[in-house]
Design a protein around this ligand. Sequence first.
Ligand SMILES: Nc1ncnc2c1ncn2[C@@H]1O[C@H](COP(=O)(O)OP(=O)(O)OP(=O)(O)O)[C@@H](O)[C@H]1O
Ligand SMILES: [Mg+2]
Length: 495
Amino acid sequence: MLRSNLIPAEVKPLKVLLVEDNLSLANLYVNFLQAEPVALSHVATGSEAMTAIRNERPSVVFLDLQLPDMNGIEILNWIQNDGIDAAVIVVTADGSLSTAVEAMKAGALDFLVKPFNRERLVVTLRNALERQRLSAIVEKVKGGYPRDNYCGFVGSSVSMQAVYQVIESAAQSKATVFVTGESGTGKEVCAHALHDLSPRNDKPFVPINCAAIPRELMESAIFGHVKGAFTGATQHQSGAAKRADGGTLFLDEVCEMDADLQTKLLRFIQTGSFEAVGSPTTEVVDVRFICATNRDPWVEVQAGRFREDLYYRLHVIPIQLPPLRERDDDILTLVRHFIRVYAEEEGKAFRDVSPEAARVLLDYSWPGNIRELQNVIRNAVVLYDAEVIEPAMLPAKIAQAAGNRVPKAAGAAGAPAALPATATLAPIDEASLSERIVPLWKLEKEATEQAIELCGGNIARAAAYLGISPSTIYRKRVSWEAMESNLVAAAESSR
Ligand SMILES: Nc1ncnc2c1ncn2[C@@H]1O[C@H](COP(=O)(O)OP(=O)(O)OP(=O)(O)O)[C@@H](O)[C@H]1O
Ligand SMILES: [Mg+2]
């Protein structure tokens, strides 16, 4: 391989590859180009060319079409199919138009017919380099534009752009990521994105929820156990640590882990080694850790519930997901996204929200974040038949909460201006009364469902908090279903 050594290595000149089987011609071209600020290398065959292109990633390739081992068009096709970003200039002794057309169709940037002089070669090279420089700028600018979705996330708010950037850089590394944020802000989505964008994405992503597994089973869930390790351990079972070998272990709700296990986790994170419950053998795995919590981990440390040394071990790359109320720009984007998803899922005609409903949604504080928004839209799509979501289709608590809040800037994101404080209500007709007044059974249903949700689906607990018996909830559910089917029937008969 000939190399022009006129360019000092530290200025990182662009690489140019010359593919030419005639050595005296190759020498001539190297001579022609020696004053150009490029790192020029030369190969004489098609297979050498493919290796050099793959390994060196040249910006520009001068490609002779008649090579001893293959036709240059084959190399051109391979460059196109593999999406290799190189500007190819085809060089041939055949001046026929059809060869030029074929090469350009196959993706060549330019075409040189032998023999050519120094000036023609230099101008062609400079044009190609300029084109590469411009397309690199375009790519960079494209990358700098705010993204409105990213690896499972929907939203283009400034605060989410920062999150996307950290995910992008952190995904490449093995460093532990600690994801914090209120409930429903997307911590699990974040963990998946980190894994999917990482070089480990062909290995398992193993999530383990430290709040959902009883404490006495947690150690075995993470590290596995051997037969007879405890009552009920009838056979050897490997844990999440082993299953995640080579991949990612996602420890969700990590602040719920008890003190003993925190000590074992610390050692596992420090050394990659652990013992299954009841086993004397130490196992070693290669795992990337992602942890999440909806608590403030530092408050947990201060309160003595979370080991400080473990906190520092985990807190290598912190990602804090902002609450939805701080992502104003994203609320309507998410609303429209979920309308599209659920309308398709349910076979409904919904396609947007009315400006009034948009105002209600924008004025609400979303304590349950994206999960709550998702549920609100899903409910509206399931329960009603229309093209546009109206305020009456939203849970009463949202409309009420929005009504109680000081309105935000008028006209925000397509919503109409809020009523001025001095405005009086216009006389209200029957139709809008029925839209504005929420029947008691609906309020009761929403309060009950919210209580059940807050109690993690435990009806008995929810009933205790509501001051009624669980059987009352079951009975009421039957009557609410009847009310809802009456509503549907009434809506159909009025069509
Ligand atoms: N930016 C987003 N775009 C689209 N969907 C999202 C986004 N963020 C979250 N979601 C969806 O919202 C729901 C809640 O997200 P996720 O489970 O990741 O939240 P979380 O922070 O882990 O909540 P928790 O603390 O309750 O476990 C999921 O259905 C998820 O797909
Ligand atoms: Mg979660």
